[in-house]
Design a protein around this ligand. Sequence first.
Ligand code: SF4
Ligand code: SF4
Length: 97
Amino acid sequence: MNLNHIMNALNLDRFIYYEDIMTKGKSVTHVIDKEWCKGCGICVHFCPKQVLELDSNGKVEAVRPEDCIACMLCELRCPDLAIQILKQQEGENDSQK
Ligand code: SF4
Ligand code: SF4
């Protein structure tokens, strides 16, 4: 299952911002629903690596995605389910390519 399949399954194809980063054999994707994000900053506060900031519209964005350790705190703390972390090990799903 690739990212598009996941997005279709979750019906998350509106106002979605994707930030894909591959580091140390791991791919981390930040999936942010800009419509659902209310800019409360909880995820920004809890991120241990200062990956997230609010943009000029008051919506969260991943400004340093290469520093993300995929700890999931942002996703777990968001009260509006507006941010999701997808992680994949290098080589996963190669058979489906
Ligand atoms: S915790 Fe959720 S609603 Fe608040 S800024 Fe982060 S993504 Fe947006
Ligand atoms: S998964 Fe962890 S390190 Fe990555 S953006 Fe979210 S809180 Fe920050």
